[in-house]
Design a protein around this ligand. Structure first.
Ligand code: SIN
Length: 322
């Protein structure tokens, strides 16, 4: 019997519509419904029996923690159905790394969960969405895709959802996993190595039940000569934790040290991440310095802190920053 898969749509460029087929920038993201996405992909019926659930129709720049929680609840609902063998989620590329990381931490491994996206709107010449959707369905239908955590399929490659970042504003291969690379290829479906599943589903299924939002955590980007007033303003606005996107290896400017110490003394968690595109932030021996976020970039470190605060488990963020 063909696998029975559920396609959850959230919007993004993969469902984007422009006035002209040559227009790849001036379009409306999330304009097309699931039926239109499926109609553009010949051969899907041979891969799986698809059930559709239109969850949101938004540009992923407008995705919020409330959307992540609602999406996770819908994914959990479908994965619990005996007649659902796995899910595919279409999403915008702009914040794909955040939703994928959130779902990676909050869904246990088991039935395949495959996210996909596109860089060109559905109406464009040589749109990449139809092939990405076809390959995402092929991966979700493949027996080797179970127990791998959240996967992202774009541009012919399979990535671990936790590893990806958007590395380019326009290129078709904008989604990548720097330092790790893809787990495999989507055509044909073939995994070269398994994902690092250490923290997959580390949030218990019931832990976020009833929540409609997550605690406020802000990211502050620090440039040469930036004043620490930003930090003071974020604390005054109610931030429970702050991720500093610092120069280089998480280097805290002297001008920020007093404001950071005051925020920490007031109970606000402060962590050192980097504004540099790649690389880990080293842990420092000096305990006067805020902890480093290790391999997590600022948006992912923010999610680790939001979940850790929501669950009352500070050790969770510490483990994710290791
Ligand atoms: C979005 O993230 O929703 C728009 C951009 C994209 O999908 O590439």
């Amino acid at each position: 019997m063909a696998p029975r898969l559920t396609l959850l749509t959230t919007g993004g460029t993969i469902a984007g519509q422009a006035a002209s087929a040559a227009d790849t920038t001036g379009y409306t993201a999330g304009a097309l419904d699931p039926a239109a996405l499926i109609a553009a992909v010949p051969g899907l019926a041979a891969l799986a029996v698809l059930h559709c659930d239109a969850v949101f129709s938004i540009d992923s720049k407008d995705m919020t923690p409330a959307h992540w929680l609602a999406l996770r609840a819908r994914v959990q609902h479908h994965l619990a159905r005996a007649d659902c063998d796995g899910v595919i989620i279409t999403h915008g590329t702009d914040t794909l790394e955040e939703t994928a990381f959130f779902l990676h931490l909050t869904l246990p491994p088991g039935k395949p969960v495959v996210m996909t996206a596109a860089m060109r709107p559905a109406t464009a010449l040589s749109a990449d969405g139809p092939m990405n959707l076809y390959q995402a369905v092929a991966v979700a239908a493949h027996p080797d895709s179970a127990d791998k955590g959240v996967l992202v399929v774009v541009n012919g490659q399979i990535f671990a959802g936790a590893d990806i970042v958007k590395t380019d504003t326009e290129a078709l291969d904008a989604i990548a996993a720097p330092g790790r690379g893809p787990l495999g290829t989507a055509a044909p479906v073939r995994f070269f190595h398994p994902p690092a599943l250490g923290r997959t589903g580390c949030i218990a299924p019931h832990a976020l039940a009833g929540l409609s939002d997550l605690p406020r955590v802000d990211i502050l980007q620090v440039a040469a000569g930036s004043a620490p007033d930003l930090l003071t303003a974020a604390v005054a606005a109610g931030a429970r934790a702050l991720v500093l996107a610092l120069p280089g290896n998480g280097s805290l400017p002297q001008a920020w040290q007093r404001a950071v110490a005051q925020a920490r003394a007031a109970g606000v968690t402060v962590v050192r991440s980097t504004r540099t595109a790649h690389g880990r932030v080293a842990h420092a021996a000096d305990s006067a310095l805020p902890p480093a976020t290790g391999a997590l970039n600022p948006p992912k470190a923010r999610i680790a802190l939001m979940l850790s605060l929501a669950c009352g488990q500070p050790e969770l963020a510490t483990a994710l920053f290791a």
